[in-house]
Design a protein around this ligand. Sequence first.
Ligand code: AVI
Length: 321
Amino acid sequence: TGTLSKIQTRLAGGEAAEAFARDLLAGLSSTPRSISPKYFYDAPGSLLFDRICELPEYYPTRVELGLLSGHAREIARQVGPRAEIVEFGAGSLRKVRLLLDAMDRPVRYLPIDISGEHLGAAAQVLRRDYPGLHVQPLVADYTRHMLLPALGEDAGQRVGFFPGSTIGNFTPAEALHFLQMAAQVLRGGALLLGADLVKDPAVLHAAYNDTQGVTAAFNLNLLVRANRELGCNFDLAQFAHSAFYNAPLQRIEMHLVSRRRQQVRVCGRCFEFAEGETLHTENSYKFTLDGLQALARQAGFTPGPAWTDPQKLFSLHWLNA
Ligand code: AVI
């Protein structure tokens, strides 16, 4: 690892690149090969994800925004006056704005994100637009245990916000662990959670195989990033995007498929791919309303109302902590 860490530091600098190198080497050495989807989100990957959210086939963002605005009053009633919002991940400002706009005198907004840069920019904009709101970003990995500042004396309840069905990108064990931790830090308050629903596989398939190829570019960007940050030599023309619904496991799987037998150099090591062999890059679990509520109960929440669209594409859950 001595040589490895020197290579990493020279190529990209910092702990982040080292973690990427370590996880990619481990993922390529395991059978079947896999890597965490968290590595999709470098700056170009985040821009590609923003484009995915605008695609006609990718319904989750649109439907969730519709639920947030269509049920704003009921949600605000659950939230109550002078509440504080803790957002796990500095996500889309559009979503938290819908929430803040509906709320009765929100006192504080605590976005938690691993990327300080992303957080700083989001905080600036919100401070400008909500002068009475105390915006206090926290740079932290929200999948680990975290310490939150005490709730203000004059504050209402503390409400967690985790939209977008990001929970679906965790393994079932990680999802349970995250919810347990959230229930702990939100005790006495609640969590507003977005979860994508089990549905017609054709609708799911289209959402992850868009005709413009943006999802394919998002998936392949992982290799672009590995080439740039770690000096790998993945030949982009020799890997194909693959996304399909695994019905028994209720998840979309994304893979990068080797178009032929080939060798790739990764951090000084050589890996051979057989034709058709894949690197599994993401799972996106889909939930039933009952399944999600059972998971929430297991984690220590008491489910309140759940909101869905008429086509039952997406769901928003109020979970009392
Ligand atoms: C961020 N996450 C909820 C997205 C999803 O649908 O699982 C990521 C994504 N992957 C491909 N398209 C979108």
